[in-house]
Design a protein around this ligand. Structure first.
Ligand SMILES: [Zn+2]
Length: 514
């Protein structure tokens, strides 16, 4: 038996070498930016199956120039497919009509993370296998949401968990990690995450750390609502230190006039933590408006306890306290004209800001906001960031790009090309190599994605080819669902998802397990 085995092994090696000569796809003469931050290089890339086979001038070894299909990339940029560490695509990917993830493919994104902000599908294993069976357009990874786990055990209670409840939560997190979650996400700003103490979060994060996962957070306060921006960054760093876990601060920002300019202090805190040896990173989207809802931006969390929001906003006994606190939050956000309604049950308010709605109704903005909540609520674009903070954050070597894409905000359709079009080509804030690194290898490293995020032989062939002259976002606050333009070719696991600027119908994405 033994010699036959050896023969078989030798034959397999020989045939794989032969196969290595035959390419499915050859990208010729492009400007290759490999995702590491290294300078661009004019060269060729060979792809076979789902992998990158070689990078280098194929003329030097003419045999490697033979491919089933050769694409001329002269004048085009070739980069690793972009990786988005914070999206809200779980329901898109589960719906066969939206599973292709078109808004992301058209931006050059080949992998998305979802289940962020503490809010994820409850059943990680079933969700990943559903995606595998139905097919998805991009690769996808899942976080287990701390808010999801908490409400599973304690509903919307603002109490501290009993030891038994905490054990139940730990077991749910452990199961999720075993089923392939890449880490835990929190939304400590939102209910019910906001009801959790730091210690409660650390206890769950320790479970994740034991399995090599990461901690992703929408911090408790990005502004001056409760503990403040700087204390929230410190809380995140403490979680990293005490749970021994890498942490990623999602969509980092200085939200509102009270904290404008604090980017320099936030950067100093993160740099100090990194110097201490902690793995602290962050992501951001290149827009001055955040995307949230009338409720999340204005209503204090106590009014949402036990899911009694509608009851509480209608309660005359609570009116004065609620009105006063909502008004403080509106001032903090920048006033009624900075909240633009982007999608709502009541379609008549979409495209108007809170000030306009109040004027039309001859009422004050807070009363209008309460009416909107009672009519089913509304998503808003909240203009609350300063360009100087965005720029300062963007220049950090630990800053990734994330879309945080949500209904009504142009970021879901525009983040990645916008960063390059506006912050590389127009404003020269960062180099193209740095922008691409922040959207590829840094993210793959942070999320623990094996063999992705770089153009490198042996790596998965997730590759974007874009025209630097036309690569741009088209989505706006008025028309948030206009697709981006300028991606000429896009491969996901070696299959063309965009061919000559046009979407194919390929569903070549894979759910990736931790
Ligand atoms: Zn968030």
């Amino acid at each position: 038996m033994k010699p036959r085995h050896l023969c078989l092994a030798a034959a397999l090696v020989a045939s794989s070498l032969l196969h290595a000569q035959h390419l499915d796809l050859l990208l010729r003469n492009g400007t290759v930016i490999d995702g590491s931050g290294a300078p661009a290089l004019n060269t060729d890339i060979g792809i076979s199956g789902d992998r990158i086979i070689f990078i280098g001038a194929c003329d030097k070894k003419p045999k490697t120039c033979q491919a089933t299909r050769t694409l001329d990339a002269t004048g085009l940029i070739i980069a690793p497919g972009f990786i988005d560490p914070h999206t809200h695509t779980a329901s898109d990917l589960s719906d066969p009509k939206r599973a292709q993830n078109t808004p992301y493919l058209m931006q050059g994104v080949t992998t998305v993370a979802t289940g962020n902000d503490g809010d994820s599908p409850t059943d990680i294993g079933a969700t990943l296998s559903k995606w595998h069976q139905q097919g998805i357009g991009t690769n996808a990874v899942l976080f287990i949401g701390q808010g999801t786990v908490r409400s599973e055990v304690m509903q919307m209670s603002d109490a501290a968990p009993t030891p038994a409840q905490l054990n139940r939560m730990k077991a749910l997190v452990d199961t999720a990690m075993n089923e392939g979650a890449i880490g835990i996400s929190t939304g400590l700003y939102y209910a019910p995450g906001s009801y959790s103490s730091t210690e409660e979060v650390i206890a769950l994060s320790k479970i994740v750390a034991q399995q090599g996962g990461i901690y992703d957070t929408h911090m408790r306060d990005e502004s001056s609502y409760t503990i403040g921006l700087l204390a929230s960054v410190k809380e995140t760093i403490r979680i990293s230190r005490e749970a021994h876990i890498p942490v990623m601060i999602s969509h980092i920002k200085a939200l509102g006039a009270d904290v404008w300019g604090q980017s320099s202090e936030v950067i100093a805190l993160i740099d100090a933590a990194r110097n201490e040896g902690l793995n602290v990173t962050a992501s951001q989207y290149p827009y001055t408006a955040s995307g949230t809802s009338v409720t999340a931006s204005l209503v204090p969390r106590w009014a949402e306890t036990d899911g009694k929001l509608l009851q509480n906003v209608a309660d005359p006994a609570l009116h004065d306290r609620l009105y006063k606190e909502m008004n403080e939050n509106l001032v903090r956000r920048g006033g009624a004209d900075t909240l633009l309604m982007t999608s709502a049950k009541d379609k008549s308010i979409v495209g108007k800001n809170l000030a306009q709605i109040a004027t039309e109704r001859h009422i004050d903005p807070i009363t209008a906001a309460i009416q909107i909540i009672q009519a089913g609520g509304s998503n808003v674009a909240s203009f609350n960031m300063k360009e100087a903070d965005i720029t300062a954050f963007m220049r950090q070597p630990w800053m990734m790009t994330c879309s945080d894409g949500s209904p009504g905000h142009p970021r879901k359709y525009g983040t990645f090309p916008r960063k390059i079009h506006e912050y590389v080509y127009e404003k020269h804030t960062i180099s193209l190599e740095a922008a691409i690194r922040s959207s590829t290898s840094l993210t793959a490293e942070t999320l623990g994605l094996k063999d992705r995020g770089l153009l490198k032989p042996g790596y998965f062939a997730d590759v974007v080819v874009f025209d630097p002259a036309t690569f741009k976002d088209n989505s706006t606050y008025e028309q948030p669902t206009l697709l981006a333009s300028g991606v000429r070719y896009l491969t996901v696991n070696g299959k063309l998802a965009i061919d000559n600027g046009k979407l194919t119908s390929t569903l070549a994405g894979r759910p990736l397990k931790h």
